[in-house]
Design a protein around this ligand. Structure first.
Ligand code: ZN
Ligand code: ZN
Ligand code: ZN
Length: 368
């Protein structure tokens, strides 16, 4: 007798199964795993239908409740989106070889796999193994979004939900877009004809719903267009919702996103650091290690450490524009202090004078 259900392995994110709620409904049973004939079901059986269930639940939370979605809907959006991502990536990874699902493939045994009694690798590890071992051409930006989703899910479990509805909707749409393409390109081709047809049927309705969510996001951006055009020179991509709607115009309450309403209340320094890290992928440690300047410096105008020297603004993209997230100044003539102290100066080059900060001038002349 063959065991049809055991060998799918644990599909709970990062090994803490009890915290994962099951999808609110068990949708479309067109995916009939039990009927698929396979000579080696333990290796080729994939829990694709399980991942699809989570996806259907994500769309349900995002599209069928209140507008914008309630806090509870958003919570399940994040939890189930993370679960769907993990299950679907691992379903594909198991097709390469079951041992790759183990946190340490060298410790994998067929028996543990069959019992589902092992610690499985994380979602990002699954993503990396699919690229590095499976040779799938997955994109770095999708990896970044999946990482943010995992971080977000963990923060939600431990600290409750802080992000607002529009930010979650906008970010979820991008992950959903990735997953729908992933299922189509990398999962369906390996399924048996009956299961493939069932999944395809589900996919058609999911694609339609994703279009609906994307349309909502686009409409919201369109409504903001005239307002955003006026401040394009101080508008950057928001680290929370990834829309071009974060305005750093020196307003008192701190930089704010017009799309998702995130406000960095009186904290332009952390807005700048967040932006540099999440959007530009730059942090102090690695840029200095590479011999570069830190991505956020002290502003020559307001003296707050919120000057992003390589910000990309809506008006200046794709080029970089130095923008202070505190006073909202866009600098045209930034120069490093010639004394090598790392201070950034706002001095127009005149071909004669050497740009130097007052500290360095004092030190240099004190020597003589
Ligand atoms: Zn935002
Ligand atoms: Zn400033
Ligand atoms: Zn200096």
């Amino acid at each position: 007798m063959t065991n049809q259900t055991a060998p799918q392995g644990p599909d709970e994110p990062e090994g803490d199964a009890e915290q994962i709620p099951t999808p609110a409904t068990v949708p479309d049973q067109g995916v009939e795993k039990a009927k698929r004939p396979s000579p080696r079901p333990d290796v080729f059986y994939t829990p694709v239908s399980n991942g699809m269930d989570y996806l259907v639940s994500v769309f349900k939370s995002l599209t069928e409740g209140a507008t914008p979605p309630s806090a509870r809907d958003l919570k399940y959006t994040v939890l189930h989106l993370q679960a769907a991502t993990e299950v679907l990536l691992k379903a594909r990874l198991a097709r390469e070889h079951f041992s790759l699902i183990f946190v340490d493939p060298l410790q994998a045994t067929h028996e543990a796999w069959q019992k589902g009694d092992f610690k499985s690798c994380g979602t990002l590890e699954a993503f990396d193994r699919l690229c590095n071992i499976g040779g799938l051409p997955l994109k770095g930006e999708d990896r970044k979004r999946i990482k943010e989703l995992s971080d977000h899910r963990n923060a939600l479990q431990h600290y409750g939900l802080k992000h607002n509805a529009h930010a979650i909707e906008s970010r979820a749409a991008r992950v959903l877009d990735f997953l729908i393409t992933f299922i189509h390109k990398h999962l369906i081709p390996g399924l048996g004809p009956a299961e493939a047809a069932g999944v395809e049927r589900n996919m058609d309705s999911l694609r339609l719903k994703l279009k609906g969510i994307e349309t909502l996001v686009r409409q919201r951006m369109n409504d903001l267009r005239s307002e955003l055009t006026k401040v394009a020179d101080v508008t950057v991509k928001c680290p929370d919702c990834e829309q071009w709607a974060m305005v750093a115009d020196g307003r008192d309450e701190g930089p704010a996103c017009l799309f998702c309403h995130q406000v960095w209340t009186e904290a332009p320094e952390s807005a700048a650091a967040n932006y540099a890290w999440i959007i530009l992928g730059l942090d102090d440690h690695s840029t200095i290690q590479d011999g570069g300047d830190p991505p956020v410096a002290e502003c020559p105008d307001c003296e707050v450490c919120a000057l992003v020297t390589e910000a990309v603004t809506a008006a200046g993209r794709p080029g970089a524009t130095p923008l202070c997230f505190s006073c909202g100044t866009v600098f045209k003539n930034l120069t490093d202090c010639d004394g090598g102290c790392g201070t950034v100066l706002d001095i127009a080059p005149d071909g004669e004078s050497i740009p130097m900060c007052s500290n360095c001038i004092d030190t240099r002349y004190a020597r003589f």
